[in-house]
Design a protein around this ligand. Sequence first.
Ligand code: APR
Length: 309
Amino acid sequence: MSQFDIQNLDNSIQNLSLDDETVQDPFKDIRKLEKLDLPSFAKYMKTCSNIIFMNGAGISTSAGIPDFRSPGTGLYDNLQKYNLPNPQSIFELDYFLKDPEPFFTLSKELMPSNFKPTITHYFQKLLVDQQMVRKIYTQNIDNLELMAGISNDKIIHAHGSFRTGHCLECRTEYTMEWMKKKLEKENILYCEKEECSGGLVKPDIVFFGECLPNEFMNFRHDFSECDCLIVMGTSLKVAPFSKLPLAVKIDCPKLLINRDLVGEWQNYSTNTDKNYRLVVELNECDAACLKLVKLLDLEKDFEKLLRKN
Ligand code: APR
């Protein structure tokens, strides 16, 4: 390239100076939130019809179901009686095949029975009824989203659930009712099919070492259509679920409702000039949902929903 061309090129680049507005706010074309706070997030939510919720065990603790990692109360701090190599072993396939009894003993406590959905579950049901929600991706196996009346086609049980179980030998399917009834008398579930050699019947929850259910594999399409991501009650410690927040479009605002900062929110701060869409509500899930009901002007609809249930 001749000297002249380079000089020309250099001049034209100089003149490409960004307009003042862009210098002031480089994210002006993708910013959707007036401020990085809950009221602004709620105001934006009112314009959304493709909200995705990502749920963890923290949304069910107020129903009396322990989460996994809260110090002291979390399940993994309370499994000493099973003498496991490590707490997570109880959900590992290899260990289950070697010694299934600890898992089935725990299942008697974990299997959804007399637990009731929380304010948070009903808040999500409220927004589903308002046609604002695309999908609910849940790690929880307690079925409380279903019990809150949310239709199954709106829910992705990323870590499976107790709704069904299968024989590991002949793949015969068993219902939760059959598993619950059997566990009242037995300590381990075996297949009852005549032609089967009596394989172990394992509830369809995803163990460490197992693939996630097929329904999870559609996440790319869901998250590319997502216009608002709300992550609730999770430590975001388990991949690939924990990576999902990275799959939304660049202009999709993201709200974390949790007792503590997790995932990309850990280095979150309102005063960095790089944050234009992360919002945090460090709070109990239920309390945060009640704040959002007010900010969304949905108190009457919510009271009606709660009265019905
Ligand atoms: N309100 C807000 N946050 C809460 C509440 C509550 N009422 N209760 C608990 N939390 C927070 C905890 O502080 C923690 O950050 O929720 C998070 C729960 O994290 P975990 O116990 O790790 O549960 P979860 O993220 O769902 O675990 C993911 O790990 O063992 C696997 O398969 C299992 O699906 C599970 C996965």
